[in-house]
Design a protein around this ligand. Sequence first.
Ligand SMILES: [Mg+2]
Length: 137
Amino acid sequence: MNTISELQVRIGEVNIANGWRERVETFPTSQARAHAQITRLALITTEVSEAIEEIRVGRRPDETHYSHSKDSAYNEHERYNRDGSSRKPEGVPSELADVVIRALDAADAWGIDLEAMIAEKLEYNAQRGFRHGGKTA
Ligand SMILES: [Mg+2]
């Protein structure tokens, strides 16, 4: 079992290897840096939108399905192609995973210990009380 910190490091390594970001990011201006940071955060919301679309087309939130393949015996619940390669997982579980992956990548890029912050937030939330703040939801 990987810790959240281990996942964060691994996600950063994969995204750097796949060319999605640099190990050390540099920007010509502070405005360019801010735009890149905002884009990274906005992309987390696109994964939430993809999850919403899965529900809108009638998928159950616990349902994983797989993208179409050139395999003639395509089955949307088959994880692998006949040659053993992985098909792209889709559905709410996959989109939730993307939310976490993007959040951990941002944390890795920005030098945030997200595991420690999750623990800190949980400690704080646990002491807040039943439906604190008087909100209905
Ligand atoms: Mg996605």
